[in-house]
Design a protein around this ligand. Structure first.
Ligand SMILES: [Zn+2]
Ligand SMILES: [Zn+2]
Length: 266
């Protein structure tokens, strides 16, 4: 039998309010999670991670906000891949797609497989029509990805309690948002129950899902106006009981280099 790498790994192509996309790989499957950059920009960012857009298997969308799906219609057309999303997200986006785009609607309470990757969706409180976030598994190790969530629910805690690696939104620092330049209505939206996660709330979530399995944590979707990498790292490190440098930070331009959640060969 031919050796096949079933290791689970991911990289982040960019993270923040100017565009989000991540790449998750296992075996022969390469999944693009969100598509917040144009097709040309997505291809360039994939190339920076030594990947070619022709090798993508599918695109998976969390919700319809433009920082997560600005490029999805053009990427689906140019890369020739199916797009997976909830019915609510589809209802917000369908006008953008070519009629022959391969759309796969998902139930946000039901696990499904995309090639070699098991995907577990879960709904999140965020101001979109049917937003969900995901964990990914190769049947052995699990990786959780959570951004664009305004408050913690027990369901989210349950869904992330069994992860080997986690990417968590650390959108803003409460004091920086309060004292910052945004208009009051935008401050209220961001800090609201259906807005974005504050550093200390992300840290509280981390302390609730922590287990001996958890060996990697990265902060993502940081506001460039209302947060700093050092504040996000400090908050998550306090929850983990580790050095701040141990927490990785996904950046808007650079994203995050590949992390191997597992490196199994069978
Ligand atoms: Zn977002
Ligand atoms: Zn959003």
């Amino acid at each position: 039998m031919r050796l096949q790498n079933t290791g689970l790994r991911f990289a982040i192509l960019g993270s923040g309010s100017r565009g989000n996309a991540a790449l998750i790989e296992c075996g022969r499957t390469a999944l693009l999670l969100d598509c917040g950059f144009s097709a040309r920009e997505t291809a360039a960012r994939l190339a920076r991670h030594d990947r070619h857009h022709g090798k993508l298997s599918a695109i998976l969308i969390t919700h319809e906000h433009s920082d997560h799906c600005r490029g999805v219609a053009s990427c689906a057309r140019r890369f020739g891949v199916p797009v997976w999303m909830t019915a609510g997200t589809w209802s917000a986006l369908k006008g953008q797609f070519d009629a022959d785009t391969d759309i796969r609607l998902i139930n946000p309470h039901e696990a499904f497989a995309i090639g070699d990757i098991e995907v577990q969706p879960f709904p999140v409180p965020h101001d979109a029509r049917e937003p969900c976030q995901f964990s990914f598994s190769n049947g052995d190790t699990r990786f959780g990805f959570l951004t664009d969530i305004g408050s913690i629910t027990t369901h989210v805690v349950d869904m992330l309690g069994d992860c080997d690696a986690l990417v968590l939104e650390c959108n803003h620092d409460a004091r920086m948002l309060r004292d910052g330049p945004y208009p009051p209505s935008l401050k209220a939206r961001i800090a609201g129950e259906h807005g974005h996660l504050e550093n200390r709330v992300a840290a509280e979530l981390l302390s609730r899902v922590m287990s001996p399995r958890l060996r990697y944590v990265a902060a993502a979707h940081l506001s460039e106006t209302n947060n700093t990498p050092a504040l996000a790292q400090a908050a998550l490190a306090r929850a983990m009981g580790c050095e701040p440098e141990w927490i990785d930070v996904a950046e808007q331009e650079e994203g995050l280099a590949f992390h191997h959640v597992s490196e199994a060969w069978v």
